[in-house]
Design a protein around this ligand. Structure first.
Ligand code: SF4
Ligand code: SF4
Length: 186
């Protein structure tokens, strides 16, 4: 069955690894922008971009937080590029059970790059990590493409709830919500 076609804006952050100097300004501004309230704190552990760094070998590779996954891969991957060996899973974008990367440090909830899209303030012309990258390692591009009609992707709240349900079970989450709702009424 062929679906309806529709126009879709494809948004891309292009990473030029050769230009990255490992300054981590991208991590700082990302965590500050997503703090509550906004800009109230700056903790790179909460960033949705992490820079794989090995200054002695002059290795700096920005990696953006991608999808949440409830299960880890069956095997680890390990890259060797130009004779340099990188850590296991170094370039993986997933928030996954095998490591702490791309998880909110206090709650353990998954973090995912949202391109700094802010429904309350849609005025940002470019994602903040791109704006703060003074070395042009990150550049933002938009283009329109015709694509098949697809289901709406899960938003951040749904992804968070899915990860809580994976951890505690859906029944417990529902019971807790019901209890919270009762206590609010009372
Ligand atoms: S701000 Fe740019 S140069 Fe600095 S670490 Fe991030 S990507 Fe690399
Ligand atoms: S685009 Fe925004 S949310 Fe994504 S890594 Fe950059 S600063 Fe963070």
């Amino acid at each position: 069955m062929s679906g309806e076609k529709k126009k879709k804006m494809i948004k891309t952050i292009k990473i030029d690894v050769d230009n990255c100097n490992g300054c981590r300004a991208c991590e700082a501004i990302c965590s500050a922008f997503h703090a509550t309230p906004k800009y109230s704190s700056n903790n790179p552990a909460r960033s949705r971009i992490r820079v794989v760094r090995d200054p002695l070998k002059d290795v700096f590779v920005p990696v953006f937080a991608g999808e949440y996954t409830a299960a880890e891969c069956m095997a680890r991957d390990k890259y060797v590029i130009d004779g340099r060996q990188y850590d296991e899973c170094a370039f993986c974008r997933a928030s996954c059970p095998s490591r702490d990367l791309f998880k909110e440090p206090d709650s353990g909830l998954p973090l995912k790059c949202d391109l700094c899209e802010d429904l309350e303030d849609p005025s940002l012309e470019e994602p903040l990590c791109v704006q703060w990258c003074l070395s042009d390692a990150l550049t933002y591009e938009e283009r329109e493409e015709e694509v098949e009609e697809e289901e709406e992707p899960l938003d951040e709240l749904e992804i968070g709830l899915e990860s809580l349900a994976d951890r505690y079970g859906l029944e417990k989450i529902m019971d807790t919500l019901a209890r919270m709702s009762e206590s609010k009424k009372g």
